[in-house]
Design a protein around this ligand. Sequence first.
Ligand code: MN
Length: 319
Amino acid sequence: MLNLKSLADLLLSINNTTPIYLCGHTNPDQDSVGSCLSLSRALRLLDKKSFVLLKENDKNILSWQNDYQNIVSQVTHSEFVFIALDLNELNRLGAFEKDFLKAKLTINIDHHSGNKTNANFVYSDEKSSSTCEIIYNLLMKIDKNLITFKTSENLYAGIMTDTNCFTRRITKKTFYITQHLINSKIDYQYINKSTLWKRTKEELYSAGKLANEIKQTKHFNYVIVNHNDYPYSTLSLNDLTKKVAEDLRKIENLDVFVMFIIRKDGLITAKVMTNVSNNADVIANLMGGGGHKKESGFTTSENLESIVNKIDDFLSNKN
Ligand SMILES: [Mn+2]
């Protein structure tokens, strides 16, 4: 496992002619795409040849910033370095996993618990609010001038959204960093409004409808979302898990709360949230997923009833 200094040295040692591909997780959020863009811009300023991998239909996540420089949708070199950000297992790379496996050198930078990527070099810090917080510290270690205005915007967006507007996983370092980023005159209100706070009518309608349909087992609460049905069909998986689920978890007296999404392809994607307990990652891991202590997720082909029973059994053994 690397420390920040050895990670910085490793990046600086990459030959300037070697292409470096940076890639975040599927269903990208501001932290994954923001950490990729921030590190990529810094590598370019250091005369390295870097690219951010992002699927064409995921680009809308950057519409608030309108900066698509050096973003590509596929690897076009045969010899390259691959840096995976904001993920702890390879299937989170989706279609780009095959490229990771072909790379001559792999690096993984992340803040989720339990790292399973087997990258050549791993920097993993569960105590960081976000991968963007790690990238801020990394860039400061190399040269503070690498934190440009655009990069400040991305780092702020990643930190603010991953902490759900500073309501979780924060430390005093998170605020210290945020202070620095805000001092660079970024329009933080605009970024808040155009990312985390933004809701469409369909998102609010979904939350309201689901609030009325919360089911309860002996040990946890859950909702079932059929992605084929209106209004959910108009929303992306990301909107459902990042926005609708976040609104629902605010309902009083919820601790362990799961949103099950029956996907259009028949698989089930779930977001596991806890408000008091600290075991969302352990619960998600029962179905092969993972994440953070208070929010986590998994995707499975198992049937819903057996998943519900598995989670309930696990929680009953704990209590
Ligand atoms: Mn993250």
